[in-house]
Design a protein around this ligand. Structure first.
Ligand code: RB5
Length: 141
């Protein structure tokens, strides 16, 4: 399952992303469906982290103003490996090498087109399963 979570600053881009996921027939769960002005990204991050704890094969897309707050908050959970980048190649490598399970996006500095491009790569790229990458990920916990 793909889980979406945002604070108020990521809400609008999240709503756009949902339209694309629907068109692409990719099932998702929106953990923050209501716009709550002034809400705090650690609370949205916690909802997403808890969902991924239960669904270990799930993926998340997290959105806040810059993506930074979400990435800091999410990477505090030991089962989360969140990537924040605006480069498709970095997102691809984060899947292949780091088995990233959350893509963080900026609602204020990333266009809809770029967000879709990054999300496509994030969802389409498998983890390499190379022993060296498995070993390194195991050392994170
Ligand atoms: C909210 O104004 C903003 O600070 C938040 O969305 C995020 O960008 C923090 O990293």
């Amino acid at each position: 399952m793909i889980y979406l979570a945002s604070d108020h600053a990521g809400y609008a881009l999240k709503e756009e992303l949902k339209k694309w996921l629907e068109r692409a027939k990719k099932p998702y769960t929106d953990l923050t469906p209501e716009l709550v002005e002034g809400d705090d990204y650690p609370d949205s991050a916690k909802l997403l982290a808890e969902a991924l704890k239960t669904d270990s094969k799930g993926r998340g897309v997290a959105l806040c103003g810059t993506g930074v707050g979400m990435s800091i908050a999410l990477n505090r959970y030991k089962w989360v490996r969140a990537v924040l980048s605006t480069k498709r190649e970095v997102v691809r490598l984060s899947r292949q090498h780091n088995n990233s399970n959350v893509l963080c996006l900026s609602g204020r500095f990333v266009t809809y087109k770029k967000a879709i491009a990054l999300t496509k790569v994030f969802l389409a790229t498998p983890f390499s399963d190379d022993q060296r990458h498995v070993r390194r990920i195991e050392k994170l916990t």
